[in-house]
Design a protein around this ligand. Structure first.
Ligand SMILES: C=C(CC[C@@H](C)[C@H]1CC[C@H]2C3=CC[C@H]4[C@H](C)[C@@H](O)CC[C@]4(C)[C@H]3CC[C@]12C)C(C)C
Ligand SMILES: C[S@@+](CC[C@H](N)C(=O)[O-])C[C@H]1O[C@@H](n2cnc3c(N)ncnc32)[C@H](O)[C@@H]1O
Length: 381
């Protein structure tokens, strides 16, 4: 082979190698892009981080708000906590709570499930079972039976109401201040074939549209913490309950370990108030007194989070990786214009509150499950 031929052979083989290399990179590139697309599809459409998916990431929105209103409503919500005087205007609170649930309901359903509360961890049980057991305990404490009519004050999208109706056979009437939650709850009730037992209305639990002495039982799960004055919601529940009947509530309170002079404790509690639309968290020793003041006999008054119960906040800690994945998914959907502007900020607020709630649990200064079992005396006073 002379030099010229050698040059031709080298050139053509290097061109071939170049083309072959290019093809390989093309195939690898396509495979990687396909993999990324599949992973995103999985994260957005298939994997509902919640155990019982109610929502897909592609469907995340701002509740009853239009897409254009989400960012502005979030800014308004955040400002509320920057000017503490506003939160002191107690009349503002129900509107603030309604806005909050427009902003978070879809994210809660997508990332947590249809029950918007915590539960004590139970070794060997799934989150779904732990949630159900915590809800069924309410039905058992109320001694509910088929034919009873029970009030769920602050019902969310109805996870607890469905568990309680299915467990006891009782009729449940749920009240929530947020009309988007009403629509979601009714839809879930129908899908679960429990709409003959479960009914939902939009209203303020401080002024409910029911005559006095209507219900055979009443409960509230992690909801009355939103009331500007606990006395007002307890008094209203007392009014609508039949004499001799029971009210069970799981309350968000500070525990005996909370010290108002400790700046770290104060910072944690402010963080929780801001991230959860709370007008001010009450202390464990106030709630029983308030129940007594409105006329209830208090039969049980104890923190369900105390040992031997296992920590309720482990579910928040275990989800750390999932939060980052969720953040990526939400940021991408918002960038693509699929999710509304402002939703990334809402998600960041929830991420921050998850850290504060975990700190509240680990330091032992906060519980979301202080149990009160109350009875309206048989001869109503
Ligand atoms: C009782 C209330 C709500 C209690 C809980 C149901 C919610 C409190 C904090 C929420 C969450 C925090 C982090 C979110 C995460 C960043 C996101 O990726 C997925 C959803 C979260 C896990 C979200 C779920 C619901 C909470 C645990 C209050 C409001 C009185
Ligand atoms: C954290 S969610 C808990 C929902 C439900 N109990 C559950 O465990 O899934 C709090 C609920 O209280 C409702 N709520 C708060 N303030 C209210 C008010 N003033 N009147 C009626 N509902 C209210 C909210 O709309 C929301 O549904």
């Amino acid at each position: 082979m002379n030099a010229a031929m050698e040059a031709v052979v080298v050139a053509s083989s290097s061109r071939w190698a170049w083309r072959w290399g290019g093809m390989c990179w093309g195939v690898i590139g396509t495979a990687v892009a396909g993999g990324v697309a599949a992973a995103l599809y999985w994260a957005m459409c298939i994997a509902g981080s919640a155990e019982r998916r109610g929502k897909r990431a592609m469907e995340l929105g701002g509740g009853s708000l239009s897409r254009a209103e989400v960012a502005g409503n979030y800014r308004e919500y955040a400002t509320f906590f920057e000017k503490p005087k506003q939160i002191k205007k107690l009349d503002n609170v129900p509107k603030l709570v309604d806005t909050f649930y427009n902003l978070v309901t879809d994210i809660y359903e997508w990332g947590w499930g249809q029950s918007f509360h915590f539960s004590p961890a139970v070794p060997g049980k799934s989150h779904r079972d732990q949630t159900r057991l915590h809800e069924e305990m309410v039905a058992d404490l109320l001694q509910l039976k088929a034919g009873h009519k029970v009030l769920d004050a602050g019902c969310g999208v109805g996870g607890p109401m469905r568990a309680i109706a299915a467990h006891s056979g009782a009729n449940v009437v749920g009240v929530t201040i947020n009309d988007y939650q009403v629509a979601r709850a009714r839809n879930h009730n129908k899908k679960a074939h429990l709409d003959h037992l479960c009914e939902v209305i939009c209203g303020n639990f401080l002024q409910m549209p029911f005559p006095a002495d209507t219900f055979d039982g009443a409960y509230s799960i992690e909801a009355t913490c939103h009331a500007p004055q606990l006395r007002d919601v307890y008094a209203e529940i007392y009014r609508v309950l039949k004499p001799g009947q029971l009210y069970v509530t799981y309350e968000w309170v500070t525990t005996p370990r909370y010290c108002a002079d400790n700046p770290e404790h104060v910072e944690i509690m402010h963080g929780i108030e801001h991230g959860d639309a709370l007008p001010g968290i009450r202390s464990f020793n106030q709630i029983g007194e308030i129940a007594n003041e409105v006329g209830f006999e208090v039969l049980q008054n104890r923190d369900l989070a105390l040992p031997p119960a296992h920590p309720w906040w482990t579910r928040l800690k275990m989800g750390r990786l999932a939060y980052y994945r969720n953040h990526l998914v939400i940021a991408l959907l918002s960038f693509l214009g699929i999710a509304p502007q402002g939703i990334v900020e809402v998600h960041e607020m929830l991420f921050k509150t998850a850290l504060d709630l975990t700190r509240g649990g680990e330091t032992g200064i906060f519980t979301p499950m202080h149990l009160l079992v109350c009875r309206k005396p048989a001869a109503s006073q």
